[in-house]
Design a protein around this ligand. Sequence first.
Ligand code: GLN
Length: 487
Amino acid sequence: MTTDLTRLTMHALAAAYRAGEATPSQATEAYLARIAALDTRVGGYLTVTAEAARAAARAADARLAARRPLGPLDGVPLALKDVFCTRGVTTTCGSRILEGFVPPYDATVAERLAAAGAVMLGKTNMDEFAMGSSTEHSAFKPTRNPWDLSRVPGGSSGGSAAAVAGDLAAAALGTDTGGSIRQPAAFCGTVGLKPTYGRVSRYGLIAFASSLDHPGPITKDVRDTALLLGAIAGHDPRDATSVPEPVPDYVAALDGSVAGLRLGVPREYFTEGLDPEIARAVREALEVLRGLGATTTEISLPTTDYGLAVYYIIAPAEASSNLARYDGVKYGLRVPGRDLIDMSSATRAAGFGAEVKRRIMLGTYVLSAGYYDAYYGRAQKVRTLVKRDFEQAFAAVDLIVAPTTPGVAFKHGEKEDPLAMYLNDVFTVPVDLAGIPAISVRGGFSATGLPIGLQLIAPAFEEARLLRAAHAYEQATPWLERRPELS
Ligand code: GLN
């Protein structure tokens, strides 16, 4: 029984606790044992906080025994991407420059999960500073895809997605700046939701591109995403861009029907670069949704082609500014030098990996005098057009249905050319630029047995609509029955 606990969704685990069939300590031990046995192969975790997890589980045991749980997450073992600051627990953001950095405070999302009684198992691996689509750019180790260890889990939240897919955590948090929740969710066959910008606090999240960074859940099914989003969403006065909108009951929203829902299918997403197996899976998903009473129409998002170019100007520009703080003075690594400037350059040269350096140089270039208007200023204007495309589309449809990625999980080392890697984000980046919510759910499998991601996109603050349609689709399809053969 105990090892099977790691197969359960969060809501099934919570039900087992309530029925007295399992305790948080048993589930936590089962996860710690599985991590010890398998994570050397998967590489999902950078830090495992076993003793703190055991203590939190014991406290949850006591609350459940007294029939006073803090809520549906009480005693549920979760993992956090190493981009979130956790008080007293090493937080590296996948970078040597933050090696050994122990934050003196918790990110708001970590604080909210702890207040809900969740048990943190540890911190998950990621591409350095969340720059990447494969988790091969972590300074510490690569993460492997539980469905096929020779393949990448996607990125940058690859450790979180692999941990959830491999039953090494009941659920996890990731961040999505250009696709880093949805793309690894698609590659690993998990659910991943990028909320509306401002819906979930960024306080305590190590910044990559502040106008694009979105924290969100990665889970085994849609119900768990609704649960986890409900726990982390809501206004936070410590994040100036956090929005003071009330948080709906996302779990209650799951029960609605999709009959009459108008779905738009963007023509520009079905281009040459799209794997035909994925195109077929999306068309079959539309068939399923039509069978449930939804209607579908073709729509156009004409600026789709510009999304990547705009993203790869704005994101590096913001990153070059955000990463200026790593100067060897206050945080992590310090390489001695003759004077302050020398110390700072030696520290940055040794502490940042190649991809991070590339982004800092790109970002500095597009912001420099003489180029600012031509690159950064123009990219900001096109970003407005991308946003407008979605607004116009949503005048006629309720949701947009699309592939999450152009291909399935690729092999380690397969995409060494940075441009080939960036192309992975073609269907996820526009949604980040627009700040609107989107979810990736399991939408079938390739002939080789790899998961395919189906993406649903909604207008701002319509996460409940997104979850309702995703849940209806999940219930109507057999995809969740398969699991990776890790052991
Ligand atoms: N792959 C994209 C990048 O490298 C997106 C990363 C992210 O969403 N954090 O920037």
